[in-house]
Design a binder for this molecule. Structure first.
Ligand SMILES: Cc1ncc(COP(=O)(O)O)c(C=O)c1O
Length: 379
């Protein structure tokens, strides 16, 4: 089989998305308006939640979640040590304390046993991350968390589920990303979900500078010349209607994307199962995996090379790989500021050092998957 060039991820966007942007461009309503509303309604329906509120990224979604929950200096928020850095940064934005919890490197998600040890009287929120599209064990977390609000970081989990319930409705608030590495994209973009009417109202205001009504409501209302009142200090985290129009098209394809990803994840699992040095994703029937990424672990005691050596060999063969994500407590800013050691969170440390995502996305062909398997087997 001849050498190929397979990126780690590539969004499926094309003429349909391009044509969808025509309407906002022609009408001239470019900021949050009818297209964002349509995207929000469809997203809420698909994720079976009462409210979905579009914003500019998962990071700003998470930020609004902690602002809406009134997280402030003196409060503690529990965050898994293995996640994208912004899951932790948004806690620091509020001047609150990030309390890391270790993960189970078999699932890459919060280890409930470790969570028990991290809760104090100051814990004001827990952020379970549904990493790579696999939901955290929400029932185990809820048993421990009691009344503490749960913010789902579902950046990777559009369309994922846990015990038949879609991500986004498993906690107090849910946050999603539409960055191009996610299953569906709006270029950049995010969504906050909740079933709580009051939190929804606050988030709608916060994303629009703290205004009491949206720009669309004002412009189409009886007195467009009266500026709204601002009773909160908010932000400009509004999604544009150009993005909303792309989101509407992408969301229609989400279930097909996930179905295809499931087929190829199963293919990888069957084809790679006898490679002694490669640990494959493994989870029970309670989880409806969204397969944002297919993340393996390299057992360096059995592997022909160390993890980075294997990634280099695959890169040379035209196959892009990446570490799953990073351990935030090992990043310089966190390590130095909070005097953290790699060994403080051994599960996150191992995931940081040995995880390896191999390409799985909706632009790959059968031959691409066969090629990845063939090259890995030949190492
Ligand atoms: C777990 C997790 N949280 C948050 C984010 C941030 O998402 P965004 O780029 O939309 O801000 C990411 C992005 O990779 C992520 O993987």
């Amino acid at each position: 089989m001849s050498k190929r060039s397979i990126p780690i991820s590539l969004p499926v966007t094309g003429e349909e998305e391009w044509l969808a942007t025509k309407e906002p461009l022609m009408t001239g309503w470019l900021t949050s308006g009818p297209k964002v509303r349509e995207f929000e309604q469809n997203f809420a329906e698909r994720h079976r939640v009462k409210h979905a509120m579009a914003v500019t990224s998962a990071t700003t979604a998470l930020h609004l979640a902690v602002v809406a929950l009134d997280i402030k200096p003196g409060d503690e928020v529990i965050v898994p040590a293995f996640t994208w850095v912004s899951t932790a940064n948004i806690v620091l934005y509020q001047g609150a304390k990030v309390v890391f919890v270790d993960i189970n490197p078999r699932t890459f998600n919060i280890d409930p046993e470790d969570l028990k040890k991290r809760i104090t009287s100051k814990t004001k929120a827990i952020i379970p991350v549904h990493l790579f599209g696999l939901c955290a064990d929400m029932d185990a977390i809820k048993k421990i968390s009691g009344n503490i609000p749960l913010i789902e970081d579902g950046a990777c989990a559009s369309g994922s589920g846990y015990k038949g319930v879609p991500a986004g409705g498993l906690g107090t608030l849910g946050c999603f990303s539409f960055h191009p590495r996610k299953s569906i994209t709006t270029g950049e973009g995010g969504m906050v979900t909740t079933n709580d009417d009051k939190l929804a109202e606050v988030i709608k205001s916060l994303r629009n500078h703290g205004a009491s009504i949206s720009e669309e409501e004002r412009h189409h209302g009886p007195k467009p010349y009266i500026l709204p009142n601002f009773n909160l200090m908010g932000y400009n985290y509004r999604m544009t209607d150009l993005q909303g129009s792309v989101g509407v098209v992408q969301l229609r394809k989400l279930d097909t994307f996930i179905k295809e990803r499931n087929i190829w994840a199963t293919y990888y699992k069957n084809e790679l199962k006898d490679i002694s040095w490669l640990r494959l994703p493994n989870f029970g029937s309670d989880y409806q995996h969204g397969w944002q990424s297919f993340v393996t672990m390299v057992d360096e005691s059995k592997a022909p090379l160390n993890r980075n050596g294997i990634m280099e060999k695959l890169q040379q063969a035209g196959i892009s790989t990446r570490p799953g994500t990073h351990a935030v407590h090992m990043l310089d800013y966190y390590k130095n500021k909070f005097d953290l050691k790699s060994d403080d969170f051994p599960g996150a440390r191992d995931a940081n050092n040995f995880s390896m995502a191999i390409p799985l996305h909706n632009r790959m062909t059968e031959e691409d998957y066969q090629y990845v398997v063939q090259v890995i087997k030949s190492l």
